[in-house]
Design a protein around this ligand. Structure first.
Ligand code: GLC
Length: 431
């Protein structure tokens, strides 16, 4: 198996831990209809201002968030310090558009860092490169004012270099005032996206090279995602979003470290009326599938305007928590296997332990190609109960069965009823 080449940051803990929590929280949580609401509904600043004036998450309890994260089996967290709307969750010296100037009146970031750190979790910051509020950010196709008749003219007074200074200055604050930060998650670049004569933005506009250099200087070991629009070799990990890769993610023909970022329902910010919540099977299968393809999974929670995790998200977190309590061994520290899994199954592997994840429960037998005489022992992972291993031709010496089973195939004998877990796993100890 070809493995990714090492990256500048400390990627080992990340690859080992496999599963994290994304948190999207900002003024859009009040609108409760997508974090892109300002863009989707082309809401001007003065109208959007009402969310700023109302922002008062009286039930914000970062310890409760951190506990929920740990109990879900997630090992790291990434919170939106600022999303595209431009609102800052910390007391930045570089803007007034920040949480301390809302009715809430307090910084939310330091308590977040402290609470998650105290639960033993690694800490990440998501930071939006895009800014729909900053007066120097040139209007482009990703901006709420993209179709304003005077957009081009308005850009005459907007100064990209000044905005880049602001961006760099804020990242400096984030990486110097909150102790050790493990993950930096920038979002996003679109250099070739031109809309009505408004150019897109990428590495030149963000001054990405300088920004990344500063980040690595301020926080040695920090791992940074791939959305700065820099060439291969700069990012520590890649970020497929809203689809599930079917194989190890490659860039320029090279395997890379990667993290799929996904939502419990369709939106990142809290969306009251959205109804595409994933089933327990989908949630667990996405995690397994990701690890079986060499990736990490970060699942998003969009807390409400009052600072709570809504019941549907809590439910989804508990699905992961319950499954991982019994099956964590098949995820943490695991990687893809060289063996080809049977139909409707996935393999993960750690050393001589091979994990067979059964997405569909077959009747009585499951056939493992290439594993005849290679299995020392097998058990269901959730209860440690023995699973009999048959070496096909020896144990089934009646023709009708034998003719379907190649000689290098091992056969596991399963109970007829599917165990009462979302996805059952057989732990196979290889000789
Ligand atoms: C997207 C969206 C965004 C979300 C992010 C997470 O690029 O702009 O709203 O924060 O993906 O991956």
């Amino acid at each position: 198996m070809r493995l990714p080449t090492p990256t500048p940051g400390d990627i080992e803990w990340f690859v080992h831990d496999r599963f994290g929590m994304f948190i999207h929280w900002g003024l859009y949580s009040l609108a409760a209809r997508h974090e892109w609401v300002k863009y989707n509904e082309t809401i001007p600043d003065d109208v959007y201002q009402k969310y700023f004036e109302q922002f008062n998450p009286d039930l914000y309890d970062p310890q409760a968030w951190a506990r929920a994260c740990r109990k879900a089996g997630m090992k790291y967290v990434v919170l939106t310090t600022k999303h595209h709307e431009g609102f800052c969750l910390w007391d930045s010296k570089l803007t007034d558009y920040k949480i301390t100037n809302t009715p809430y009146g307090k910084d939310a970031l330091r308590p977040y860092v402290d609470a998650f750190r105290a639960e033993g979790l690694k800490i990440g910051f998501y930071h939006s490169l895009i800014d729909w509020h900053h007066p120097d950010f040139p209007i482009d196709g990703q901006h709420p004012l993209r179709d304003h008749p005077d957009a081009l003219k308005m850009n005459e007074t907007r100064n990209m270099a000044r905005y880049a200074d602001y961006l760099h200055g804020q990242v400096r604050e984030l990486l110097t005032e909150f102790g050790k930060i493990d993950v930096l998650w920038f979002d996003f670049s679109y250099p070739d996206f031109v809309h009505r004569g408004l150019p897109g933005k990428g590495r030149n506009e963000w001054q990405s090279e300088k920004l990344l250099k500063m980040a690595r200087e301020l926080q040695p070991g920090i791992i940074v995602n791939n959305r700065l629009n820099l060439p291969m070799g700069n990012a520590d990990f890649y970020t497929p979003e809203q689809y599930q890769p079917r194989a190890w993610v490659q860039v320029d023909g090279q395997p890379v470290f990667w993290e799929a970022c996904q939502t419990f329902s369709g939106s990142w910010g809290y969306y009251r009326d959205e109804d595409t919540w994933k089933s327990p099977e989908q949630l667990v299968q996405m995690l397994i599938n990701t690890v079986s393809c060499g990736g990490n999974l970060i699942m998003n929670v969009g807390p409400t305007a009052r600072g709570t995790v809504d019941a549907r998200a809590e439910q989804a977190l508990s699905v992961y928590g319950e499954w991982l309590r019994l099956h964590g061994r098949s995820i943490y520290g695991c990687a893809p296997s060289e063996f080809q899994p049977p139909q409707d199954c996935r393999y993960t592997q750690s050393g001589n332990r091979l994990y067979l994840h059964l997405f569909n429960w077959p009747f009585k037998f499951v056939y493992l190609d290439g594993l005849a005489n290679k299995i020392a022992y097998a058990q269901l992972l959730h209860d440690g109960s023995q699973v009999f291993v048959k070496s096909a031709l020896r144990d089934y010496n009646y023709e009708a069965v034998a003719q379907f089973i190649p000689s290098d195939t091992a056969v596991l004998e399963l109970p007829v009823r599917k165990p009462d877990v979302v996805v059952p796993v057989v732990e196979i100890i290889l000789k």
